[in-house]
Design a binder for this molecule. Structure first.
Ligand code: SF4
Length: 403
């Protein structure tokens, strides 16, 4: 597994695989072939189908000067998020590079021997990590500290600060989210409405949902977010973190430890299944985010390694089969609302895990992860970030008015 830095990336939304990944691919091309003066970038699969709504063309134009962008909707490539970059000098071909945007802003260069980000963890599954920790009598945050570099805590502070700024910004803005849908922001309204609620439970869940909305609305508007594990799912974990921080007054070092645990969960899914909606549907993005948040909450509630596993397992298990069908290709509907619902279910999964007897657990986290991959690969292509199925299709075909 790679460093958790590679999971928790800080950057502009709305989509890690459609903006961060392609940006990184273009920067790498510029680095390798600095002598080109014009470029052609061809987008395939999900990048071609939802690239406009996800701002892929915008970010490519910002990174490469004199670029022609082709949306190839016909040819199928090895990976559903593929882009091909060709560089020219005085209109003579110099080089080309085929790149896969594999989720969470990470990329793979076709045929490349160079490992862009090396593995720093030998353990490959939750069971491996649990065995390591139990043998050495350490907890998961200590396991992470052993493997990450000395500045990792500083990096996590930056992650927390970025999440917090995004949350505060999202709670104050009221303007319409950019894009054809004309979607109004709701986070501020939702947050303020809790004041009038006499039922404590309602106040609590409105606060949690408002936090998820705030970050997801910032993401949809191109704001700076942290991939947890992706931009589209970036509202879930911070919503749970700051909601619990309000209640338990969580100190920063405990928030860091919780982020290490949540990061391990995200990293295991990334390595053993997928965190890409184009590859495995929304279960891979929001399902993973909910699993990470559940593990975080279980830790804050005082759960041991078994409870943490159980919480992560429950949250992911009950997102199995969740499709990706963003309306008009924007990371707005169903994405924003879905982040709020996933934050609620993460908290419930953690509470349930704390209550259930770990000895009775029949389903491991590792088993759910491999099930998720198989389920994702079985989903028809329309339900994997193509905006050609599900809500996206029916919204464009039918009655758009809710009652
Ligand atoms: S539906 Fe889920 S996976 Fe698809 S773009 Fe929205 S958040 Fe991402």
């Amino acid at each position: 597994m790679k460093s958790l830095r590679d999971l928790y990336k800080i950057g502009n939304g709305p989509s890690s695989s459609h903006t961060m990944g392609p940006k990184k691919a273009c920067e790498l091309f510029l680095n390798r072939y600095p002598n080109c003066d014009n470029y052609t970038v061809t987008l395939y699969g999900s990048l071609a189908l939802t690239g406009k709504g996800h701002l892929t063309d915008y970010i490519i134009r910002k990174t490469l000067k004199n670029v022609k962008i082709i949306f190839n909707l016909n040819d199928k490539m090895k990976h559903p998020n593929t882009l091909e970059i060709e560089g020219f000098l005085n209109d003579k071909f110099v080089a080309n590079m085929t790149v896969y945007s594999i989720g969470g802003g990470a990329i793979l260069v076709d045929g490349d021997k160079e490992v862009l980000v090396p593995d720093i963890y030998e353990e490959k599954s939750f069971m491996d990590v649990a065995k390591y920790c139990l043998d050495k009598k350490i907890d998961i945050p200590t396991y992470i500290d052993i493997h990450e570099d000395n500045n990792f805590n500083e990096y996590l502070d930056k992650v927390i600060d970025t999440m917090n700024k995004c949350l505060q910004d999202g709670l104050t803005k009221t303007e319409v989210i950019p894009g054809r849908l004309g979607l109004k922001r709701k986070a501020k309204e939702l947050f303020e409405s809790k004041i009038n609620d006499s039922i404590l439970l309602e106040q609590d869940s409105k606060r949690l949902m408002a936090y998820a909305y705030a970050i997801s609305e910032e993401n949809a508007s191109g704001g700076v977010v942290v991939t947890t594990p992706t931009c589209g799912a970036s509202g879930v974990l911070p919503a749970v973190m700051f909601y619990l921080a309000d209640i338990y007054k969580t100190p920063k070092d405990i928030m860091r430890s919780g982020l290490k645990i949540a990061g391990l969960i995200g990293n295991l899914v990334k390595q053993n299944a997928s965190i890409s909606g184009a590859e495995a549907g929304c279960q891979a993005e929001v399902g993973t985010a909910s699993s990470m948040a559940a593990a975080y909450a279980a830790y804050i509630f005082g759960g041991d390694i078994k409870k943490i596993e159980r919480a992560a397992e429950i949250a992911l298990e009950h997102h199995l089969g969740l499709t990706c069908d963003p309306v008009d290709g924007y990371v707005q509907i169903p994405c924003i609302e879905r982040n709020a619902v996933a934050a609620l279910s993460a908290l419930d999964a953690a509470k349930l895990a704390l209550y259930l007897d770990s000895k009775d657990a029949k389903i491991s986290f590792d088993l759910v992860v491999s099930t998720m991959l198989e389920t994702g690969q079985s989903l028809p292509r329309e339900f994997r970030e193509t905006s050609q199925g599900g809500l996206a299709k029916h919204y464009n075909n039918g009655d758009k008015n809710a009652c």
